[in-house]
Design a protein around this ligand. Structure first.
Ligand SMILES: Cc1ncc(COP(=O)(O)O)c(C=O)c1O
Length: 701
């Protein structure tokens, strides 16, 4: 067997394989070699070979100078996928800031930079974390949805109308409901409610007699009475039967009030949804009537002479359906049911397909659960086409189409901006370069050499070596063959190597598969002034992905792979899954923060579900909220709502501020009596306690 050993080089050539020197314990009599198949095989543990070695002189090493491209704003836009997820509402500005496109009072579109907004807010005394609301984006979504349906209806010559409704549960804030109703008026855009409080909130906004108010959810007599009275006042309201036993209750109340109810029936489809909420439809779904129950409702209505009340077929396949073919399948089944209900003699007239219109959170345009493989226009087109073709085929009048699209309307308009409070570096990155002891062991020498030899071309080999030596070192420590000090130095070198590798990886366009875990492990923790449980509950509860990125310094290369940690003391309180074009990424590149820099990170597309699902874990309450629009080229801040104060959140937990201040005063007085503090110090302590009660629950600068 003939091999060539090149000192200082990485490889010993061997036919069809490459051999790699791991260590040279003595002058070449015994070589510790490792086989690097460099193909798909995984690395094997080191083997000891007694070889006949032919030593070759090492060729001179010439340093490789790679051209590191200057970082541009386009690179940041690409890195964070801004053009993919933002639907054109957000851009990276030329100045390197993240900007939102808003309508100015003269009708033109203008870019407003988020750091400028944050500066303006800070000057007015409103600090981070702050939820920014852009009503223009809410309006844009309503317009896009209605115009998509209008276009599809015209294109396929559909004979019915489209009447969207906004499901209040998606974001019940008064300001949002009012905005939607006001802007949606031109489209007769209505509302959907799923509970009594939502009904009570929604009814008050039903000024347009042509807009629908769809009532889903459990209905007690109070609910039913209110809906019937609203109907008698001319409100276009429908009671949708979710359970078989709702029918007798509604019939009884309707008889008592002398009102013929507008009824709908929610059907349980065999076609399942897809994504997180796939169980909302299908045989196991908890809502809706199965075909046998639907027929029973029809018979009961016929018997009572009330079949003319049945006007709506409703179904809901689940929220965020990423796959358009699933939508088509459900709609086809629902449409068959609709047609047969008409044939049974019910007037019908309206087909309500619930929610499900997805948001492309990760911008990948795929059927991944945080994305969708269709646009709003394609959704509208498919819906109109399927219903139109089927009804035409069965000679049934084209129904009015209703969708209860929630997240597709409200997700884009809210952005949470928070400041980074602190950073802890990945292991080994913030300590000094480890010094070898006077007589280092072979393993330490090898680790040190690996560190020095690390270059782009041998990054994979150095990674494997470092892991191998680290494991050996740990093993030796375990068996008492090396000291804690040696192990400590060795591990410090190991982490330094990982850090160097991870930095190089940020400069590479393609990262080899097994090196991806380096980036995952070598992350800095960026502590953000927010609570995941309050502002981003779906990230915690169902691993939903949201776009997250810095809003400034976007003309600079972000060098730190990071995980964002919130200020709750819960180890789940972190964002460690980020959107990525090809996959889900376990880290987010951020910039190294300058001393005294106010570095802001924003989370986008959080206008749906997050606000009211959020809770006050660790008693971190609602954040500050501000709505922003443009007038004469200048941002106007309206609807400012101060976030919860400490007294507010303690109040939710039934603490009475007066009582706890008095308790604290007693404690302070006892401390004075015991000579621990002076009366003047007592005053300071009580003032601080009172100030704390009035303060923001988040970190205040
Ligand atoms: C009955 C009903 N309609 C509409 C929606 C809104 O769904 P989406 O936000 O996916 O449009 C939901 C939410 O799950 C729902 O339960």
């Amino acid at each position: 067997m003939r091999t060539h050993l090149c000192f200082g080089l990485d490889y010993i050539c061997y036919p069809r394989k490459e051999w790699r020197v791991l260590a040279l314990p003595s002058r070449c009599s015994l070589l510790q070699l490792k086989i690097d198949f460099r193909a798909k095989l995984s690395y094997k543990p080191s083997r000891i070979f007694n070889q006949n070695i032919h030593i070759m002189p090492a060729p001179k090493k010439t340093p490789i100078r790679r051209k590191v491209k200057n970082w541009t704003t386009a690179d940041s836009s690409d890195l964070y996928g801004v053009e993919d997820w933002s639907n054109g509402y957000f851009h990276v500005s030329k100045s390197g800031d993240l900007a939102v496109s808003l309508n100015d009072s003269d009708g033109s579109q203008r870019e407003v930079r988020l750091p400028t907004l944050m500066k303006g807010l800070a000057e007015r005394g409103t600090g981070a974390p702050v939820l920014l609301r852009f009503r223009d984006l809410l309006r844009a979504r309503i317009r896009e949805l209605n115009e998509s349906f209008a276009k599809a209806i015209a294109d396929v010559n559909y004979q019915g109308d489209y009447r969207g409704v906004y499901p209040v549960k998606v974001n019940q804030q008064r300001q949002i409901v009012e905005e939607i109703v006001s802007f949606g008026r031109q489209y007769h855009y209505g509302l959907e409610c799923g509970s009594k409080p939502e009904l009570i909130a929604a009814i008050a906004h039903m000024e347009d007699p042509e807009a629908f108010l769809m009532c889903n959810g459990y209905k007690d007599d109070e609910f039913i009475d209110l809906a019937l009275m609203a109907q008698s006042m001319g409100i276009n309201i429908y009671l949708i039967l979710e359970m078989p036993n709702e029918l007798p209750a509604i019939m009884a109340r309707a008889k008592k009030l002398g009102i013929e109810p507008n009824l709908g029936v929610r059907v349980r489809l065999a076609a399942k949804g897809s994504g997180h909420w796939s169980e909302s439809a299908g045989d196991k779904s908890v809502f809706g009537l199965n075909p046998a129950q639907v027929i029973d409702v029809v018979d009961k209505l016929k018997d009572a002479g009330m079949l003319q009340c049945l006007k709506v077929l409703h179904y809901h396949q689940g929220s965020q359906i990423p796959n358009i073919s699933v939508i088509r399948e459900g709609l086809t089944e629902a449409c068959r049911m609709y047609i047969d209900l008409v044939r049974e003699g019910a007037p019908m007239g309206t087909l309500d397909m619930g929610g499900g219109l997805a948001v492309d959170y990760d911008g990948s345009q795929t059927n991944f659960h945080s994305s969708c493989n269709y646009s709003m226009e394609e959704y509208a087109r498919d819906v109109v086409e399927v219903v139109g073709e089927m009804c035409t085929k069965y000679e049934i009048k084209h129904p009015t189409l209703v969708t209860e699209s929630g997240r597709a309307i409200s997700a884009y308009h809210s952005v949470l901006v928070f400041n980074i409070l602190d950073v802890t570096s990945a292991p080994g990155q913030d300590s000094a370069i480890p010094q070898l002891p006077e007589n280092p062991s072979e393993i330490l020498k090898s680790l040190d050499e690996t560190q020095r030899m690390l270059a782009r071309k041998n990054i994979q080999e150095c990674y494997n070596d470092a892991n191998y030596y680290r494991d050996q070192l740990r093993m030796q420590f375990f068996y008492g063959q090396t000291s804690l000090r040696e192990r400590g130095i060795g591990e410090a070198i190991y982490w330094r190597i990982m850090g160097l590798i991870s930095r190089r990886l940020t400069e590479m366009s393609e990262i080899p598969e097994d090196l991806k875990e380096v980036s995952d492990n070598m992350v800095d923790f960026y502590y953000g002034n927010f609570s995941l449980f309050q502002s981003l509950p779906d990230s915690w509860a169902i691993d939903q992905l949201f776009p997250v990125m810095p809003i400034q310094r976007l003309s600079e290369r972000p060098t730190q792979n990071s995980v964002i940690v919130d200020i709750t003391c819960d180890c789940d309180g972190k964002v460690d899954k980020f959107i990525d074009r090809e996959d889900v990424s376990n880290s987010l590149p951020l910039h190294e923060i300058e001393p005294d820099e106010n570095y802001y990170v924003a989370i986008f597309l959080i206008g749906a579900y997050q606000e009211t699902l959020g809770d006050i874990h660790n008693l971190l309450g609602d954040t500050n909220v501000v709505s922003v629009h443009l007038e004469n080229g200048r941002p106007v801040y309206t609807q400012e709502e101060e976030g919860d104060s400490v007294a507010d959140v303690l109040g939710y937990m039934k603490y009475d501020p007066k009582v706890i201040v008095s308790k604290f005063r007693q404690l302070a007085e006892r401390a004075v009596e015991n000579g621990l503090i002076t009366p003047r110090q007592r005053r300071g302590a009580v003032d601080a306690y009172r100030d704390g009660l009035n303060g923001y629950t988040y970190y205040e600068l």
